[in-house]
Design a binder for this molecule. Sequence first.
Ligand code: GDP
Ligand code: ZN
Length: 299
Amino acid sequence: MGGVYSVELEGAVVECSLRGKLKRGGMAAAVGDQVEVEQLEDGSCRIEAVLPRSSEFSRLAAERRREQLIAANVDQVAVVVAARAPPPDFAMLDRLLVLAELNDLPAFIVLNKIDLAAQVSGGGEAPDDSPDESDAILKMYESLGYPVVRTCAKSDFGVSDLAELLSGRTTVFAGASGVGKSSLVNALLPGLDLRVGKVGERSGRGRHTTVSARLIPLPGGGYLADTPGIQFVGVGGVGPIDLAHAFPEFRPLLDACRFSNCQHLDEPGCALKEAVERGDLDGRRFDSYLALAREPQRP
Ligand code: GDP
Ligand code: ZN
């Protein structure tokens, strides 16, 4: 049996199977999809058709040619990082921002646990873990055009600002585990348990299934698409041209490399590398590019 899909139907949530023909045609429904559902004679419901999507958020494995759909009809990506505990993982942040760019989706950053940033630690922390250092790095992201909203899920600080950014849109809610995503969802949905919305796919059968992805309706309209594991989605297979374009600050420099087919790895006359050496490009972002460009393709 394939997966079970939770479908929001006239305000209620019904569990549906997926018509075999859709599965075989590679047209599995994804979180965020709008679907046509039919009630079968035995009373069970089945997804008969997936309606055209306004956007697709997928991992792109260009050379494998098959995109893997993560969510459908997504408007934007929110990447949650914690000010501390755990310290921001900027390599992961860059991976998620690149995924958003590759999918032509706007992205913003949620800096949660802002209450911990203000606490002065007893010293001895690695510079990477220092909230001051993190704050400077986040300002750099703001200068690149990624808005940063600061929140504290515990005190509700900034939660209304976040709610405003989410209102009326479908947002992929991504980030490392422990940064406070569930706490933010609960802060956004006061008095409500986590609910399963429009299309949430469950992997496997029976009761002890893990929810692989779900869509959470927001009181102000819009949905949060909670897609566990998205932070590990690979970009292997995306060519250097697309990958370099996924770093917005690289774009103005991309015609200036000595070789028109420069992969910005170790070619002489690479304009990106020279800009890093001059201090015009952030070296950490360039390192993220190098790490992603060298990433092996994953199945
Ligand atoms: P998730 O794995 O991203 O869903 O993170 P959780 O929501 O489960 O939160 C992980 C831990 O961080 C929990 O112990 C939360 O109570 C705590 N936490 C979440 N948000 C905040 C915050 O804004 N400030 C502080 N101090 N702790 C928080
Ligand atoms: Zn180059």
